[in-house]
Design a binder for this molecule. Structure first.
Ligand SMILES: Cc1ncc(COP(=O)(O)O)c(C=O)c1O
Length: 379
């Protein structure tokens, strides 16, 4: 099997699963319980919080555990908008966000918020000037994806953060789900107030995530209930998942530079391979993350390519996993002005540090066999 759908999810590292099992078996107490079992679970929880805070370069009090990227984005966006609604009802995002951001904004529109969707250029990037122009006296939130999940386009988060330093009443959120371990981001330097991370995108287990909430930032909880997670996120913590995520994050961030270099080598090999194939449109922007390659095969349906490769034990994706079953064209590629033909025939190849150059070579060989056959049958 050659697994090249790592932006949808990654395979948990063996050591990560081992930690999960150990904690689930031996530390099953509820961290909120008063007795000894609760106490030791609570100690493990705060240890994990400190480890994660250290790895991210922030304070342990700024870490809120969630169930993943979707929840983190919803909590950051709706939590901020609702907490600051008496100050203003204008919020800003981009036209190329993940559904967990764009749908949260749409929901807020139905509740009376006004949204500016900032467009992107042909490389999938927003400009700092367009954010500046969108700002109003009643803007309370700017939410910008860091690394696009379909194309790998990287947004100028640090520059936008610098701009927003001049607007201290505006909260700045970034969806860093695809960036962890691939495109480093310094939260304090980039003036980020809220940052979403998801454990299963870096070899942790599903149902785990982190929302970084800068000290002093006001947020209304979206789940009503207990007092867990500084009252930002009610519900018994997923302790085995959290401990496993701390381990996965440590494993991901150690020797990060070497890992990024390895990812980049595989990405460059794929880009030159696809660049040499006839009829292929490369959608990967110049400034993009090292783990995502997006290409279109005009005239072929992406789901047909995905299934044809699957028959050869290769796993790639159409667009983002959560919307890949909806057979619409890629709105991200349309927003980049790539045209309908490219937007309705794109596949995404997403890498992990566990992939090897030899897998990439095998993949290329199989693509060379499979694609011409698909073109033959569609002729
Ligand atoms: C950019 C981005 N944000 C958010 C999410 C949602 O994360 P989760 O699957 O943990 O809910 C994803 C998942 O694909 C993503 O790629």
């Amino acid at each position: 099997m050659i697994y090249l759908d790592n932006s949808a999810t990654t395979k948990p590292y063996d050591d990560v699963l081992q930690s999960y099992i150990t904690v689930a078996q031996n530390y099953f107490g509820n961290p909120s319980s008063l007795h000894a079992l609760g106490g030791e679970a609570e100690r493990l929880l705060s240890q994990s919080r400190s480890v994660i805070a250290g790895l991210l370069g922030v304070k342990h009090t700024e870490i809120v555990f969630t169930s993943g990227g979707t929840e983190g984005n919803n909590l950051a966006i709706k939590g901020t908008a609702i907490a600051l609604r008496s100050r203003g009802r204008h919020i800003i995002t981009t036209a190329v966000e993940h559904a967990s951001v764009s749908e949260a904004f749409k929901q807020l529109e139905t509740l009376g918020f006004e949204v500016t969707y900032v467009p992107v250029d042909e490389n999938g990037a927003v400009s700092v000037q367009s954010i500046e122009q969108a700002l109003r006296h009643d803007t309370v939130l700017v939410s910008i994806i860091h690394v696009n999940n379909e194309t790998g386009a990287v947004q100028p988060i640090a520059e936008i953060g610098r701009l927003l330093r001049k607007h201290p009443k505006v909260r700045f959120h970034t969806d860093h789900v695809q960036g962890v371990g691939k495109v480093p981001l310094a939260f304090y330097d980039a003036n980020i107030d809220l940052c979403t991370i998801s454990g299963h995108k870096f070899h942790g287990v599903k149902g785990t995530g982190i929302l970084y909430v800068r000290e002093g930032v006001l947020l209304d909880p979206i789940l009503s209930g207990g007092q867990q997670e500084s009252q930002y996120r009610a519900g018994t913590e997923n302790l085995p998942g959290i401990v496993a995520m701390a381990k996965a994050l440590r494993m991901t961030l150690e020797k990060q530079e070497n890992k990024i270099r390895h990812l980049n080598e595989m990405k460059q090999a794929l880009l030159s391979f696809f660049g040499s194939m006839p009829n292929v449109i490369l959608n990967t922007p110049n400034a993009s993350a090292p783990h995502i390659v997006n290409v279109s095969f005009p005239g072929l349906k992406p789901e047909v390519i995905v299934h044809a490769l699957e028959e050869r034990d290769i796993f790639v994706s159409t667009k983002s996993a959560c919307s890949s079953k909806a057979k619409e064209v890629s709105h991200v590629l349309l927003e980049m002005g790539r045209g309908r033909e490219a937007a309705e025939s794109a596949i995404r190849i997403s890498l992990s540090v566990e992939n090897t150059m030899s897998e990439i070579q095998q993949f290329q060989q199989i693509v060379q066999e499979v694609i011409p056959k698909l073109y033959e049958v569609t002729r």
